[in-house]
Design a binder for this molecule. Structure first.
Ligand code: SF4
Length: 317
């Protein structure tokens, strides 16, 4: 059996930065150090940081006044920022700079009296944070093409869309086309809001689908970009499973598979893929159940990533 690893896969620059912020803050300020929400959507990452001393909370009211709190990579609403000031919290903001860029765009469009439409999945923390850049009720959300027909008619303001950063490129293109058909004067961002990491990982999974019979996507069930990777693989005609760890792999999935594709969402650490390769190698947990031994592990690279984001000022030295 051949195993093909997608490249790029796993951590992106925003996730690297968010994790580094927690680790550096622990080194510099010690404990207690609070993190609002999962710093990124991956329990292995969260558990590793918890073991180092980070305290994860759901809301700021759980953080004692004056303490240091880190905002997750998904970003926060203006209301959360205001609450942190009222509680005199020391904030380290791990919001991915590419999410912050969407926040600024939303704010700019609203101030220039546009009707702001967000393409994204309601309930995801990034969408909550982006919607929270405007006063309540001032941003409309569409998650699917069918939602476009339910938007109220034009109200005189020019409509403009922004998007969640981790959407499916293809599905988003369909939603934008539906919005353009409904609102011919629709304004869009000069450049795609879907981030480089999401685009590169989706392109890599499409390439994997050309060569593989089965694709395993490492990622958390609540990770938007990981779910999109599984969907992209499925849409390309290949069976794909989203798994949190090698323990989730069912031996029957591998029956008849000659070429196994593997990728990982932007918040899934490489140790998870290492564990899969160990389980597939001779003597490993899955080796006896394979239709044929693994004879080859290849990289299928579609692009290289070199982007690095700088840390917030207090952590640079
Ligand atoms: S997936 Fe994209 S937007 Fe999200 S943290 Fe990574 S680089 Fe930033």
């Amino acid at each position: 059996m051949r195993v093909v690893l997608a490249e790029p896969r796993g951590f992106c620059a925003g996730v690297d930065r968010a994790i580094a912020i927690v680790e550096r803050a622990l080194e510099k300020f010690g404990t207690p150090l609070y993190v609002r929400h999962e710093i990124v959507h991956n329990r292995w990452v969260v558990e590793a940081l918890r073991r180092k001393g980070a305290i994860f909370v759901h809301e700021l009211e759980e953080v004692p006044p004056g303490a240091t709190v880190i905002f997750s990579a998904h970003g926060v609403s203006k209301a959360v920022q205001t609450e942190s000031r009222e509680r005199a919290l020391q904030v380290l903001d791990a919001t991915c700079p590419l999410v912050s860029k969407v926040h600024r765009e939303a704010d700019r469009l609203y101030r220039s009296r546009h009707r702001v439409i967000l393409i994204g999945h309601p309930g995801h923390p990034e969408v909550d944070g982006t919607m929270g850049q405007l006063p309540p009720g001032c941003m409309e959300v569409v998650a699917h093409t069918a939602d476009v027909a339910n938007l109220p008619p034009s109200d005189g303001r020019q409509p403009a869309y922004i998007t969640q950063t981790t959407l499916s490129l293809d599905e988003t293109a369909h939603i934008i086309a539906a919005l353009q058909a409904r609102f011919p004067d629709l304004l869009g961002p000069a450049r795609e809001d879907i981030c480089y990491a999401t685009q590169n990982r989706q392109n890599a999974v499409k390439a994997l689908a050309q060569e593989c019979d089965l694709i395993l996507v490492f990622g958390a069930p609540n990770s938007s970009n990981s779910n999109r990777l599984r969907e992209v693989a499925q849409r390309a005609g290949v069976t794909a499973y989203l798994i949190e760890s090698v323990q989730d792999v069912q031996p029957e999935w591998l029956q008849g598979v000659a070429s196994l594709g593997v990728t990982a969402g932007a918040s899934a650490p490489e140790i998870l893929i290492d564990a899969l390769l160990t389980a597939l190698s001779p003597g490993g947990r899955l080796s006896d159940t394979l239709p044929a031994p693994v004879t080859q592990v290849d990289l299928l690279s579609v692009s290289e990533e070199e982007l690095v984001f700088s840390l917030p000022e207090p952590l640079r030295t």
